[in-house]
Design a protein around this ligand. Structure first.
Ligand code: NAI
Length: 244
């Protein structure tokens, strides 16, 4: 079905991005992962994708950098060709702290990776999507961006910014047949949330479905949006009901 088509997944080396990459590989997409950090995690994800019979490659690139993202898209086109159909902007970080004490560098790094990173990747793929008259973009937001979360002013702002970026991009690229949507997860079991445990009954009380989510819960929503040609500008919550 997706033979010869490529999907780019930022932060695809682990967590939610890894699961999205594996699901897309199972659908037959060649996979280009963009990440920073642990090479072993990225290699493992690539190997698992290749076992599904597709081509897969990992690229070390800081999505916060305009120049690095420009270069990585050029490298991906060289390696995979120009039939890039999917971009999943999933790379993200937290640097939590109370706003009265938040370091300027923590504000800047979270906004740069989470929000500017998504802009950078869309900026450097949009012309190709327009030329191909085809493209599906999913950005990973968060319920923190929809509701705000104390101690996460930087993260909440970045994820709210993703909602605006998603809707503006959706409107701008819709005439070219390109869709852009967002998924807003709640508390999902990954390395990012390893300090949050379900012994924390106060946390569970805030989740109507009474449990944290799994990466598969988020990946299913991403795949749904990627395979829905008549949905654009949508923000789909995957949060057990937290933000309803
Ligand atoms: P994770 O920490 O397990 O993985 C993050 C991924 O992003 C890694 O592959 C890492 O290499 C990549 N990354 C980080 N900084 C990068 C940079 N500067 N350039 C390129 N890649 C970079 O995180 P997790 O939990 O899988 O989260 C994925 C996305 O989902 C993030 O955007 C996060 O904000 C969002 N999210 C996660 C939730 C959770 O409960 N885990 C809840 C709501 C949203």
């Amino acid at each position: 079905m997706a033979e010869g088509k490529t999907a780019i997944v930022t932060g695809g080396s682990r967590g939610i991005g890894r699961e999205v990459s594996l699901r897309l590989a199972a659908l037959g997409y060649d996979i280009a992962i963009v990440y920073v950090g642990d090479e072993n995690e990225a290699t493992d994800t690539i190997n698992e994708c290749e076992k599904k019979g597709v081509k897969a490659r990992a690229y070390v690139c800081n999505v916060a950098s305009f120049e690095e993202t420009k270069a990585v898209i050029a490298d991906i086109r060289k390696d995979f060709g120009s039939n890039i159909e999917i971009l999943v902007n999933n790379a993200g970080i937290t640097r939590d702290g109370l706003i009265a004490f938040m370091k300027e560098s923590d504000w800047d790094s979270v906004l740069s990776v989470n929000l500017k990173g998504a802009f950078n990747m869309i900026r450097h793929t949009a012309a190709l999507f327009i030329k191909n008259r085809c493209g599906r973009i999913v950005n990973i937001s968060s319920v923190s961006g929809l509701m705000g979360n104390a101690g996460q002013a930087n993260y909440s702002a970045s994820k709210a910014g993703i909602v605006g970026l998603t809707k503006a991009t959706a409107r701008e690229l819709a005439p070219k047949g390109i869709t852009c949507n967002a998924v807003a997860p709640g508390f999902i079991h990954t390395d990012m949330t390893k300090n949050i445990t379900e012994d924390n009954s106060e946390l569970l009380k805030t989740i109507p479905l009474g449990r944290m989510g799994e990466v598969s819960d988020v990946a299913s929503a991403v795949i749904f949006l990627l395979s829905s040609p008549y949905i654009t500008g949508e923000v789909l919550r995957v949060d057990g009901g937290i933000a309803m």
